[in-house]
Design a protein around this ligand. Structure first.
Ligand code: HEC
Length: 121
């Protein structure tokens, strides 16, 4: 019992560390350098319509893409390059990894279902 009590702070701090990494990712995803990823890619990275407009060909929409299945290296590469719509962020690899881990955790169920349907094909 005494041993367990000695271990307890260690266990708690390990847990806290994990939570703060998740929260760090959440914070970065929701508000990196003042422009939220969520604004364009949705709360969980599922993608969303940013704006809808009409031109002579009819109704059009600009979408933030679904980024839930991006790998970490794809994500680092995307965030380190220029895009037509998406701003350039200058996040470090650690910051991108925190965002990536946050999205992986948040979409755990979705991603595991996706892997299963992929496997059964
Ligand atoms: C102003 C809207 C906007 C914001 C804010 C934004 N994105 Fe994007 N993002 C896009 C669009 C649109 C694309 C598709 C490429 C393009 O046309 O810019 C994209 C592409 C990507 C891609 C590559 C995948 C693909 O479909 O091409 C990743 C990864 C990504 N965004 C992650 C992020 C993360 C992480 C953040 C926050 C740090 C973020 N984006 C913020 C609009 C945005």
């Amino acid at each position: 019992m005494k041993r367990l009590l000695l271990l307890l702070p260690l266990l708690l701090s390990a847990n806290e560390d994990f939570i703060s990494h998740y929260e760090y990712g959440e914070m970065l995803y929701s508000n990196p350098r003042g422009v939220s990823c969520a604004q364009c890619h949705g709360q969980s990275g599922e993608g969303r319509v940013i704006v809808e407009y009409k031109d002579k060909e009819g109704k059009k929409a600009i979408r933030g893409t679904d980024i839930r299945k991006e790998t970490l290296s794809q994500m680092i590469q995307s965030l380190n390059s220029y895009h037509k719509i998406m701003p350039r962020y200058y996040l470090t690899d650690e910051e991108v990894k925190a965002i990536y881990d946050y999205l992986q955790k948040k979409n755990e169920t979705y991603l595991s279902e996706f892997q299963e349907t992929n496997r059964s094909k």
